[in-house]
Design a protein around this ligand. Structure first.
Ligand code: ADP
Ligand code: ADP
Length: 228
């Protein structure tokens, strides 16, 4: 199988702030990896670099295929979910979710078919015509997740997606997310401050430290911890 390789990545902002220092990690396809660590240790920075939204100062992030060849990450294969549901308030749930396909010029019929499919995956079938403000915070997060899934990413990056939600809502979303992960087989990278959340959800936990930002430990999570 292939893997994602973070290869000696450093990031220095403005020539002075070392956000990441020689970070290395291999992530086999299909893993669910949580990144935990104090504020400012570079979690968001490494995600932006993986997503291609930011350039590393040195080092690189690449895919290693089954024949051990390096390839670039195709940005079309990457989905991103942010802490706050960044939905367009004047657009319906369905139009929000299908926006990435609209930008790619996919036909309306196909957009709607696929939009209904992903809304069903996140438990929001029937809410196509609703506006974001009519939904609870947890439901808005589900819409954001649906939108991140619409182009069938192989890699999903989630930057503290459930941090702003109450405990019950968060737990429900944990189960939904694990179902989606199992169904799609995609690789999920997940930032959290919540160690319980990381243990419950992930196959591996990457612990980061600050000054300079580094991965100091990587743990495998035993399966029974995850399945409750
Ligand atoms: P985390 O997500 O773990 O809180 P970040 O990746 O946001 O950490 O930030 C890592 C370090 O880099 C922090 O010191 C932060 O202030 C700094 N930083 C992040 N983004 C920028 C930026 N665009 N310009 C300058 N410094 C930044
Ligand atoms: P996070 O939620 O990851 O901690 P922050 O609130 O630290 O993010 O930062 C929000 C935004 O500001 C991010 O896009 C980050 O890259 C940028 N940023 C963070 N620190 C700095 C900084 N010292 N200078 C400039 N931009 C920064």
């Amino acid at each position: 199988t292939s893997s994602l390789r973070i290869n000696n990545v450093s990031k220095i902002y403005n020539g002075s702030i070392t956000a990441l220092s020689e970070v290395n990690l291999d992530i086999p396809e299909g893993e669910f990896v949580s990144f935990v660590g104090p504020s400012g240790c570079g979690k968001s920075t490494i995600f932006k670099i993986i997503a291609g939204l930011s350039e590393p100062t040195s080092g690189r992030v690449e895919m290693i295929n089954a024949s051990n060849q390096e390839t670039m990450i195709d940005r079309n294969d990457v989905g991103f979910v942010f802490q706050h549901a960044t939905l367009l308030p004047w657009k319906s749930v369905l139009d929000n979710v299908t926006l990435p396909l609209e930008l790619k010029g996919v036909s309306k019929h196909e957009r709607h078919e696929r939009g209904k499919e992903v809304l069903e995956m996140v438990g929001l079938a029937g809410y196509e015509k609703a506006l974001p403000r009519q939904l609870s915070g947890g439901m808005q997060m589900r819409v954001s997740i649906a939108r991140s899934l619409i182009a069938k990413p192989k890699l999903l990056l989630m930057d503290e997606p459930f941090g702003a939600l109450d405990e019950m809502t968060r737990q429900n979303l944990h189960y939904e997310l694990l179902k989606i992960w199992e169904k799609t087989g995609m690789t999920v990278l997940f930032i959290t401050h919540n160690v319980f959340e990381s243990v419950f959800l992930s196959t591996k936990i990457a612990v980061m430290s600050t000054r300079p930002g580094r991965i100091t430990n990587v743990f495998d999570v035993p399966e029974y911890e995850r399945d409750e």
